[in-house]
Design a protein. Sequence first.
Length: 215
Amino acid sequence: MGKQRILIIAFGTMAMFLLMYLRRKNYPQIKIWKMAVISLLLTFSGVAGAMLMFFIESGSFGGTSFFGSILFVPIIILPAILLKISYGELMDLCAPAESLMLAFMKFDCLLSGCCIGKYLPSLEFQFPSQIVEMVVTLVIVALLLKIENNPDNKNTLYGWYLIFYGATRFVLNWFRYGVKPFVWILPAGNFWSIIAVITGVLWVQIIKCRKKKVN
């Protein structure tokens, strides 16, 4: 991992903590020092998940695949519940922060020249894939923060994050240059997008069903 990426991840970690801190009124039971620890654990989980996903896709280590940061974080970050925070609240806290970190990583892609877009002959320009995906992740942050203000959505934020990112990435992935089939005719990004949306829908529905039973 190069110095540029390490620096961007460091700034992203600080941004995640700041976003958590600014939302502290929604999580009065989570102390600020715990938010700092969670930010570090979320960064570690995201990097580990991205490396694991790259191995699944390519059969070798040495790279990263951002979808791993999204799909594996709910599992890798499990030790954070030792901070005596409920899993639902933990994932609610992490969802917007993780999307914010993803925006930082898209900026890294822009600087590194990876994940570039296709050239569109009909429009005579190259699709600005990194910039569009970065903006989309920031829009997702805003949507999650809006959803968070509704008490009925408690414990569902990560599910909505999976749905929003999976749905938008499924469309945007077709505009990336050099994508190849991974499962059937689907490139890896499109396949994991479907998995993310399905997982997100199940997440939200299970939480809602549990709330109905309690009520």
